[in-house]
Write a protein that binds this ligand. Sequence first.
Ligand SMILES: NC(=O)c1ccc[n+]([C@@H]2O[C@H](COP(=O)([O-])OP(=O)(O)OC[C@H]3O[C@@H](n4cnc5c(N)ncnc54)[C@H](OP(=O)(O)O)[C@@H]3O)[C@@H](O)[C@H]2O)c1
Length: 322
Amino acid sequence: MKSKIIIFGASGQIGKSLIRKLTKSNYRVIAITRNLHQKGYVLKTQSNAGYLEIIETSIFNEKKINEAIKDADICINLIGILFEKGKANTFKNIHENFPSFLAKICKKNNVKHFVHISALGIDRAKDSKYALSKLNGEKNIKKNIENYTILRPSIVYSRDDSFTTNFMSLLNLLPFFPLYYNGKTMFSPIHCSDLVKIIFEVVNREIKNVTIDCVGPQNLSLKEMIQLLLKSIKKKRLLINLPIFFAKFSAYIFEKLPKPLITLDQIKLLKYDNLTSGNFKTNFDFEIPSKLKFEDEVKKYCHMWMKEGQYSKDEYKTNNNS
Ligand SMILES: NC(=O)c1ccc[n+]([C@@H]2O[C@H](COP(=O)([O-])OP(=O)(O)OC[C@H]3O[C@@H](n4cnc5c(N)ncnc54)[C@H](OP(=O)(O)O)[C@@H]3O)[C@@H](O)[C@H]2O)c1
């Protein structure tokens, strides 16, 4: 069997897909979750029997994490948040303190490769708390462990995401859709399985001591992505450019919700393009090209938001009058 890999944040969009890819290729995986009752059933079905061990722990329980890491050769950190909640779930705690704490434990236990998922575009967006905390998290890792790889993905989408799926729900419901910054912010959307392929290659080929911008095959503006989502679900909606004052006011209201649709910090983040900076190599430079195109992939799971669900698809349309 190959090396043993411990994954933090394994129950998320990227984590589940990564467990499938790694265990299929004979890696043994230890998945860390905060809530076995809630996430156990999802995690258990991602791998063949015998390849996956699941451990429930708080991410700051030093004793338990030390114990779990003793057995691991490689550590992958996928833990991240989009909004802050209460005193513990702050950007500083999750994106800065935790990676630092984890890197130190990995070093102490002679983990030979530490892979950390950061985010694209964080150098420019210094007025965003999210971006700044991701940037500081990267610095903390470099300070505390030698054998690291930092991956900076643009927006990651799949049937399991909270981006295209939430947007399609809203586009389905609302007669109009607000655009912040006229929808001009540019992204390089990457499909979750293309990103997982990059993580897999980084581990398998032991690509270390490097930061890699992880980008998709196309650059699209937010407006273009919304138009492609509308085309996929066969809906027409009025796209309204929201003046920044109203954008901020709506975010101020929305961020009070238990799971905010948008926050003031995300409005700041949206000011900046989410494209490769040119300061780091991209996955294409490492010959790990992302190939999946936004429109083609969304088409595979968008039927839930279409008028007749699965039966809206052309292949289900029949002339059967019987
Ligand atoms: N999705 C994107 O578009 C995107 C873009 C750029 C960068 N990234 C980064 O990629 C990483 C993985 O993204 P993802 O989309 O897979 O995230 P996700 O679906 O939100 O999952 C992250 C996992 O982290 C754990 N987690 C979340 N909040 C936590 C907290 N407060 N304390 C401890 N654990 C917590 C959860 O696991 P348990 O509930 O099982 O503990 C969750 O399943 C993150 O670092 C994210 O910032 C994502």
